[in-house]
Design a protein around this ligand. Structure first.
Ligand SMILES: Cc1cc2nc3c(=O)[nH]c(=O)nc-3n(C[C@H](O)[C@H](O)[C@H](O)COP(=O)(O)OP(=O)(O)OC[C@H]3O[C@@H](n4cnc5c(N)ncnc54)[C@H](O)[C@@H]3O)c2cc1C
Length: 337
């Protein structure tokens, strides 16, 4: 991914307590808790959430079936009473300046005490014609999100090797009519092939030509093959490759794991003190409720740290009672309890 050249520009006067990059479920949730903690927050809203293509999101407590757009609108409305500025724009560059961070938005730099990345991931779909257009509309990645709506129907799992084998065995729990589409060599061990046979998953190895139909055309999903009759199913499931939603954490120097996800500790803090990462970008489990929980957790850790800084600045400390020992050597945080 291209890292833009350093950019000159004004630093906007005024210091944000926290600047959050990304207004998906993770960023919105962090903004809510920080706003309620009386923090001055800038939330950069760079666009729709990852699941924007689905008509209904599932598995969120009390909001099963809510559309991603409706959920985002409600989350933004929740922020209105608080000192949270929401700006529809992207963070373009980030740099450390002493104890603070500068984030370029448009032509100006915004300075913040704490930086939170909530920039999600990008799904890299296999290059099968018709698949990308149906992502979230007949083609899904997760049976927990979209399995129930297709239970007992004819389903396909696309992929080969271990991940497709595992996904096929999982999807089989929602329907006994599952076909694994290997699109060429299945790359299964003899044991894996036997597993699929035992649970009644059919394996097709013919190259897939294209995917058509589905809700977009008010029709079943149709998988066409090279040199074999087509297959009609209710839905296709696949586990796509993923890429970080933004190059900025790496550009700033945050450590990434072998899969390109930002590494965080138990407090959602990255390898760079004062820089946090939340939601899908830190890896599995990738669900709305999980992203929101990580946002709230990070917000609480950040606020605790800011409280401690303010207390110390006034010459006070979180002294312990004698039975608990002397003043804590470093600031306690929720994760330390
Ligand atoms: C097809 C599909 C269906 C799904 N269904 C469900 C479901 O039913 N239930 C469920 O719980 N989960 C579901 N998910 C998973 C769910 O969408 C994610 O777990 C969730 O959206 C993660 O939230 P997030 O805030 O971490 O990231 P995201 O939702 O990806 O939000 C990240 C945001 O950051 C923004 N951003 C990136 N870079 C910048 C930048 N430089 N500046 C400003 N903003 C930036 C992006 O534009 C985006 O708005 C589904 C996913 C897919 C793909």
């Amino acid at each position: 991914m291209d890292v833009p050249a350093p950019h000159a520009g004004e630093v906007v006067p005024g210091l944000w307590d926290v600047l959050i990059v990304g207004a998906g479920p993770a960023g919105l949730s962090a903004a809510l808790t920080l706003g309620r903690s009386r923090r001055r927050v800038l939330l950069l809203d760079g666009g729709p959430p990852r699941n924007a293509s689905v008509s209904a999101g599932h598995g969120l407590l009390t909001r099963d079936g809510i559309s991603p757009q409706e959920l985002k609108a409600a989350a933004l409305a929740d922020l209105e009473p608080y000192d949270v500025t929401v700006r529809e724009d992207h963070a373009r560059e980030v740099r450390r300046v002493g104890e603070c961070f500068d984030v370029r938005v448009g032509d100006a730099w915004q300075r913040t005490r704490v930086l939170v990345f909530a920039t999600g991931v990008r799904d890299i779909l296999p290059p099968v014609p018709g698949l990308r257009e149906r992502w979230g509309q007949g083609v899904f990645h997760c049976p927990y999100c979209d399995g129930w709506e297709h239970e007992g129907r004819a389903l396909a799992v696309y992929g080969s090797g271990q991940s497709a084998h595992h996904l096929a065995l999982t999807v089989r729990a929602w329907s006994d009519r599952v076909t694994l589409l290997c699109d060429g060599e299945p790359c299964l061990t003899p044991e894996q092939a036997l597993d699929l046979e035992r649970v009644g998953v059919t394996v097709r190895t013919q190259p897939v030509r294209r995917v058509s139909g589905g809700p977009l055309e008010d029709a079943p999903v149709c998988v066409s093959f090279v040199g074999a009759p087509p297959l009609q199913v209710d839905a296709v499931f696949l586990a796509p490759e993923q890429q970080g939603g933004s190059h900025l954490p790496a550009a700033l120097g945050c450590t990434l794991d072998g899969k390109g996800r930002v590494t965080v500790d138990g407090n959602q803090e990255t390898s760079l003190p004062g820089v946090f990462a939340i939601g899908d970008m830190t890896g599995a489990p990738q669900y709305v409720v999980q992203a929101a929980a990580a946002g709230m957790h990070a917000a609480q850790v950040i606020n605790t740290r800011l409280i401690h800084a303010a207390v110390h600045a006034l010459g006070a400390a979180f002294h312990k009672s004698p039975e608990d020992g002397e003043e804590v050597a470093r600031d306690p945080e929720p994760h330390d309890e």
